[in-house]
Design a protein around this ligand. Structure first.
Ligand code: SF4
Ligand code: SF4
Length: 420
């Protein structure tokens, strides 16, 4: 059986959910796009009114007004504070899928092709990143930027996001602990993370095996489908979810840890839905954010770490804070390092602007949201964040200001400080 995880639902159930909004506006002050524009159509209430108009056929699917839905970051800060518990994130995904299904004008075919290419992984994308790595080694992007070529080719924004690439490691199927085995976990690699942030994945493997876990890399795992889902390509997200479910089921591992909170939320949702629809037990496997896993397993103690007399500002990704509600885990873990000084990144209650592809499609707004966080920073050596998109966005902003603050995953910081 092939259970659809994100079908476009019957419109009556969507309208019923939309009716739960009593238009109180209590969510507006928590919405980053309303905060920077002050425009009602850029608020959750305004967007829900637009969705209402669309589903009730009072608005056409190609009305320019719907651009306000496109501007939504999907951060779900509104959902977290709504007294009527309106399921805003779900309504947004459903509405975007409906728009893509009803009007060709709404489809961004180029973006879909790019997402599919990255999501598929495999030899093409590996070759692409290998070539990028080579161009970086030859300093070609620096030369092209100096000559103004990147701006002419409209590649300057994308190039600004690329960290210094490392060749991707060839992952083993299993990593064994040196000492007694205390459990088995699967590691979800992520499509973007394994190409641009293998450092975090390698650090996770070293930390987990040091703690006694046998780390499995389930074969044939895919992209989590978050980019597709939030851009309204539900069918593509479903295909990816099915492949991941198959891969995790085959591995026989019950706990799958993910190092990117955005992937964790999408995977956890889609795997639960498939388990329910296909009649698998709820605990067939569990998807866990690695911070939460490490904290609840309670195997880390201060004496494992060398002191680090530095200031770390912790960024709360929306997926960790608003959806998983596990934002305290990185604070608790990093506090275990002796002498470290921990603070919150300013404006943690608002999205940093990365928001999937938003940082590429709406660069000015994305930069504005990011600025309020990083320009207020002083005397900070590291920003810790647990989501790859946020990490790339924050690091690009710091690089463009020639600010030497490092952006690292909490697991990478912990692993660096491990006493051997
Ligand atoms: S989404 Fe919730 S908080 Fe926002 S206007 Fe509607 S009912 Fe009020
Ligand atoms: S998801 Fe975020 S950006 Fe979108 S309406 Fe809600 S608070 Fe605003």
């Amino acid at each position: 059986m092939n259970a659809k995880t994100n079908p476009i639902e019957h419109k009556e159930s969507i309208k019923k959910e939309l009716d739960r909004c009593v238009m109180c506006g209590l969510c507006s002050d928590h919405c980053p796009t309303y905060k920077i524009t002050g425009v009602e159509a850029e608020s959750p209430r305004g967007r829900l009114a637009l969705m209402n108009g669309l589903w009730n056929k009072e608005l056409e699917a190609d009305t320019p007004l719907l651009k306000h839905l496109d501007h939504c970051l999907g951060c779900r800060a509104c959902e977290a504070v709504c007294p009527s518990q309106v399921n805003y994130g779900h309504l947004l995904d459903q509405t975007r899928a409906h728009l893509n299904a009803t009007s060709d004008k709404n489809k961004n075919k180029m973006a879909l092709r790019a997402m599919n290419l990255i999501a598929q992984g495999g030899s093409t994308i590996r070759l692409f990143f290998r070539l990028l790595w080579l161009t970086q080694r030859l300093k070609l992007p620096v030369i092209a930027r100096k000559m103004g070529l990147l701006r002419v080719l409209k590649l300057d924004r994308l190039e600004g996001y690329l960290p210094s690439l490392q060749p991707r490691p060839k992952w083993k199927a299993v990593y064994y602990p040196k000492n007694e085995c205390v459990g088995r976990v699967g590691l979800f690699l992520g499509c973007v993370a394994q190409e641009v942030d293998s450092q975090t994945l390698s650090a996770s493997i070293r930390l987990l095996t040091k703690l006694g876990y046998e780390v499995h890399i389930p074969r044939m795992q895919n992209c989590c489908g978050a980019l597709h889902l939030h851009a309204g390509y539900a069918e593509h997200a479903d295909d990816l979810a099915q492949k991941n479910h198959h891969s995790f089921s085959q591995s026989g591992i019950q706990t799958i840890v993910s190092v990117a909170s955005g992937c964790t939320t999408t995977l956890a949702d889609s795997m639960n839905t498939i388990n329910k629809k296909e009649g698998h037990a709820d605990d067939t496997f569990r998807i866990k954010d690695i911070n939460h896993f490490l904290l609840t397993e309670n195997r880390l103690t201060s004496d494992l770490f060398a002191p680090l007399a530095q200031n770390i500002a912790i960024h709360d990704p929306c997926s960790l804070r608003q959806i998983l509600k596990q934002q305290q885990a990185p604070y608790e873990l990093l506090k275990l390092i002796p002498e470290v000084r921990i603070s919150e990144l300013p404006g943690n209650q608002y999205c940093c602007g990365a928001a999937g592809t938003h940082m590429i499609t709406y660069p000015e707004k994305a930069d504005l949201l990011r600025s309020s966080k990083i320009q207020a920073l002083s005397n900070t050596q590291i920003i810790a964040t647990s989501n790859i998109g946020c990490a790339l966005h924050l690091a690009a902003g710091l690089r463009s200001r020639q600010n030497p603050i490092e952006v690292l995953h909490p697991v990478t910081i912990l692993e660096r400080q491990l006493r051997l």
